[in-house]
Each structure stands twice: as structure tokens, then as C-alpha cells.
Design a protein around this ligand. Structure first.
Ligand SMILES: NC(=O)c1ccc[n+]([C@@H]2O[C@H](COP(=O)([O-])OP(=O)(O)OC[C@H]3O[C@@H](n4cnc5c(N)ncnc54)[C@H](OP(=O)(O)O)[C@@H]3O)[C@@H](O)[C@H]2O)c1
Length: 275
């Protein structure tokens, strides 16, 4: 891929992961800029990756053809409006990783003629295992889509969405999903302790079981339903547990939880629209 100047606005956890991913991918550090409201995080980034840093968002955006907005949603309006003139003048691609903020709202802040890619990465981006949904507005060209995809691929898998409504489903699935698995792991851990394991063993075995199940599923290439049936021997312990989960409506509970998250994502988008 052709390398272009990239500016990260907001140098927190996600920006640090994305920058780390790019550097591992041999992206030239002299073509990366990061800005942050405070100096400390910039000093760490400069010393770890030898990239350019500044506390002036405009200075960073002025160097780049790609501006990645990595601030929290609460300050996104202010930061976008601050950069609107620059991104319009430089015809930069803007990539937003801010959860919940739709492209029409970003266009209102940045200008109607600005190409925008909205991304929804998830917390495993911090360890290179994200699942990121991407959506581009009509002004984004093929080359810009490739750049956005390359950037997010540095921290995990990516998928382009056909409609922006699908971003709400991605939010309910992979965005909120890690917390669903954390709750399951917490519950397994607590119960294993209650049944007599030491806290350390209960914790380690709960986590390893989740990791092992995901790894087996990914690497075997076998359908999840078939794998589940294979590990559920008739009359065995797994069957006893699964029967109880089904009797107590586990699947319905998960389905309703997903629907609640999807609905909340739509409500949040409306809040940003001022409706
Ligand atoms: N973390 C995740 O797993 C995750 C997943 C999906 C999407 N996201 C999205 O990614 C974005 C960033 O999340 P994060 O976890 O990286 O947050 P974060 O660690 O808090 O990073 C945000 C950074 O922005 C800086 N900042 C605040 N106001 C600023 C301003 N006016 N100008 C420049 N920098 C400013 C903050 O500086 P100080 O801290 O020094 O004040 C902080 O370093 C959010 O919009 C979030 O919705 C995050």
C-alpha cells in the first residue's frame, strides 16, 4: 500500500493500538502524527515509536491526508469542528472510531464534502484481536477504502457494511459482545470457586476454556452447532448443563440482550442527531 501522512487526533488506548499496529506493519513512523490534549501520552508514543507528536490538533491534521479521530464521543463535536476547515481544504479522508456517532452527524460537523469512514472496533483491538465494522459515506473512493481497511486490519479482522444501520448490529454483537463473554466467565469463575476450586485455578480455567472454545471453533472450521453436539455426550455432564440452560431460556435471554443493545445503539445515534 502507498504510504500517506496519517494524523491521529486523541492519543489514548485505541490510537496507541492502531499506531503500534501500523509500526509493526512497517509503516514509516515519520509519516505518522499524533495529537493529544496533554503531553504525557505523546511523550510515551514518541519515545516508543519515533512518530511526530503535538498538542495542537490542527498542526497534526495539517500534515496529513488521513485524519483518524480517536477522541471520546463527548468531545468529538468540538474536535471535528476545530478541524473542519483543514480537512475540507486538504480534501483529507476522515476516519472516525468514535462509538455511536453516525456519518451524517460527522458530516454536519466536518462539512458535507468530506469523505468519511466510520468504524466500530472493539476492546480486543488493544491486544490485536478486534472485530471492526466499517462504513464509508458516498465520497470515499476505492483507494481511501483500502487505506482505512489497512489501518484497522492492523488490530484485527475487518468487514465493510452495506448500510449504516448494520453498524448498530455490529455494536450489539462485537462492540458490546466482549462484556457478554466477561459476564459468562465471571459467573463460571464464581461458581467454580463455590464448588471448591481455589480462586486462581477457577479464574485461569474459566478464561482458558473461553479461549480454547473460540480457538477450536476458528481453527477446526467446523460449524458451531456440530461442535456443540460433539462435546455433548448423551447422558453426560455437558448434556445435563445444556438441558438446564435451554429449559431456563438461555438462548432467549441472549437474543433479547442483543436486541436491547441494537435498540440502544439506534437511540444513541438519534441523540447525536438531536432528535
Ligand atoms: N477502547 C475501546 O475498546 C474502544 C472500542 C471501540 C471504539 N472505541 C472508541 O475509540 C475512541 C477512543 O477510545 P479510547 O479507549 O482510546 O479512549 P481514551 O484512551 O480516553 O483516548 C482518548 C484520548 O483523547 C484525548 N483527548 C481528549 N480531549 C481531546 C482534545 N480536545 N483534543 C485531543 N485529544 C483529546 C484524551 O486525552 P487525556 O486522556 O490526556 O485527557 C485521550 O488520550 C472513543 O471514541 C471510543 O468510542 C473505543
Amino acid at each position: 500500500m502507498e504510504t500517506t501522512e496519517i494524523a491521529f487526533i486523541g492519543a489514548g488506548n485505541m490510537a496507541t493500538s492502531l499506531i503500534g499496529g501500523l509500526i509493526t506493519d512497517n509503516y514509516p513512523p515519520q509519516k505518522i502524527w499524533a495529537s493529544n490534549i496533554r503531553e504525557e501520552k505523546l511523550e510515551i508514543l514518541a519515545s516508543n515509536y519515533h512518530i511526530n507528536t503535538t498538542t495542537d490538533n490542527k498542526e497534526a491534521a495539517n500534515q496529513a491526508k488521513i485524519v483518524v479521530l480517536c477522541v471520546k464521543p463527548q468531545v468529538l463535536a468540538e474536535v471535528s469542528q476545530e478541524l473542519a476547515d483543514i480537512v475540507q481544504l486538504r480534501q483529507s479522508l476522515v476516519i472516525s472510531i468514535s462509538a455511536g456517532v453516525p456519518t451524517d452527524v460527522l458530516s454536519k460537523w466536518l462539512g458535507n464534502n468530506v469523505p468519511i469512514v466510520r468504524c466500530m472496533p472493539n476492546p480486543p483491538a488493544l491486544v490485536g484481536a478486534a472485530a471492526t465494522g466499517l462504513y464509508a459515506n458516498k465520497l470515499v473512493d476505492r483507494q481511501q477504502k483500502d487505506i482505512a481497511e489497512h489501518l484497522l486490519r492492523a488490530v484485527g479482522i475487518t468487514e465493510w457494511l452495506d448500510t449504516e444501520e448494520q453498524m448498530d448490529v455490529i455494536t450489539a454483537l462485537s462492540g458490546s459482545g466482549p462484556a457478554y463473554f466477561f459476564l459468562m466467565i465471571e459467573t463460571l469463575q464464581r461458581e467454580a470457586e463455590g464448588l471448591g476450586l481455589s480462586p486462581d485455578v477457577a479464574k485461569l480455567f474459566s478464561i482458558q476454556t473461553a479461549l480454547g472454545a473460540a480457538k477450536l471453533l476458528l481453527e477446526s472450521g467446523t460449524d458451531v452447532e456440530i461442535l456443540r453436539e460433539r462435546v455433548t455426550s448423551p447422558g453426560g455432564t455437558t448434556e445435563a448443563a445444556i438441558n438446564l440452560l435451554e429449559r431456563d431460556n438461555f438462548c432467549n435471554i441472549v437474543a433479547n440482550a442483543m436486541k436491547a443493545a441494537d435498540e440502544r445503539a439506534r437511540e444513541i445515534a438519534e441523540l447525536f442527531r438531536g432528535n
